[in-house]
Design a protein around this ligand. Structure first.
Ligand SMILES: C[S@@+](CC[C@H](N)C(=O)[O-])C[C@H]1O[C@@H](n2cnc3c(N)ncnc32)[C@H](O)[C@@H]1O
Length: 284
């Protein structure tokens, strides 16, 4: 229950990242001139390092969870996680090419892509759909693990992003597995249904316009077979879903979508706090 967890330690990631680098290589800020100010600064750094590295976890606020501790990903721990991802060379190349582009933060992280690929493999999926391709990182991760006869319908409205995605499908030798649908995702999903493809897909990944999540989900639930899986990205929305002070349209719609899913008996669900939070839905 995310809402009953509170951050007890290392509450500000940016502060954790910044403090050690505020001092130069010698450990002294150029503007700190007196000995006592240097010592005070050193103490602050020491404290913040201890503070940030010693306890990278959060504790459930609700006592009924028995002081349950769960991991809280600090920058150092996240580096460690990334260093333990088996990212295929071609995905690394695509990630690095995209890194300098506008919107690069939209790409799923390597650890997320690895989980998506594993789900596809665990399901033995042959027919997949992705809503929101961008430059192709997550779709390529999926296509790479599909069997030769497998197909991924990749929905994206932005032609420029698709150029890069196509280049990498080619480079990776998986173009024959990816059916690119350039246009609005809702139109594509509706046309698949009209085409008689209900209950014929094994796996779907949703990562496009967040305010449309419920609409995408309803159509995908018709397209995916019983036992199939739908994964939705950004369900934690940088933590804003759990902050009652944040009530902008996008946050409200994601919060509402999460609430609906919680009550939706058509699927089993699991929120996984990876990346910006992904919900895995298993169609009953
Ligand atoms: C978060 S990015 C996808 C990132 C991608 N999954 C990856 O890992 O690289 C969202 C993408 O969805 C696309 N998008 C947003 N609304 C859309 C819509 N209504 N129809 C199709 N694509 C849409 C955007 O153009 C953008 O490229």
């Amino acid at each position: 229950m995310a809402s009953s967890l509170a951050v007890h330690h290392c509450s500000s990631v940016s502060r954790c990242q910044r403090v050690p680098w505020r001092l130069n290589g010698l450990g002294f800020h150029p503007l700190l001139t007196t000995t006592s100010s240097v010592i005070r600064a050193q103490k602050r750094v020491h404290l913040s390092r201890t503070y940030c590295t010693a306890k990278p976890f959060v504790v459930a606020e609700d006592e009924k969870y028995g002081n349950k501790q769960v991991i809280s990903v600090t920058p150092r721990l996240y580096d460690y996680i990334l260093s333990n991802v088996r990212e295929p060379e071609i995905l690394r190349e695509l990630r690095e090419e995209t890194a300098n582009m506008r919107g690069s933060q939209m790409q799923v992280s390597p650890d997320q892509a690895q989980l998506l690929a594993m789900l596809v493999q665990l399901l033995g999926a042959k027919r997949c759909i992705e809503v929101g391709v961008y430059t192709g990182y997550s779709s390529l991760a999926i296509a790479l693990v599909l069997p030769e006869s497998g197909r991924l319908v990749a929905c994206e409205r932005d032609a420029k992003s698709l150029e890069i995605a196509r280049k990498y499908y080619d480079k990776a030798g998986v173009s024959h597995k990816v059916i690119v649908k350039h246009g609005l995702a809702m139109d594509t999903l509706e046309s698949l249904l009209l085409n008689g493809e209900a209950c014929s897909y094994d796996f779907a990944f949703v990562d496009a316009e967040k305010r449309m999540n419920q609409e995408y989900f309803e159509l995908l639930l018709q397209l995916v077979r019983a036992g199939g899986v739908i994964v939705i990205d950004n369900v934690l929305w940088h933590g804003k879903v759990a902050d009652p002070m944040v009530n902008d349209a996008k946050t409200l719609s994601i919060r509402n979508f999460n609430k609906n899913l919680m009550e939706d008996k058509r699927v089993s669900i699991s929120i996984v706090p990876i990346g910006d939070g992904m919900t895995i839905c298993h169609k009953r």
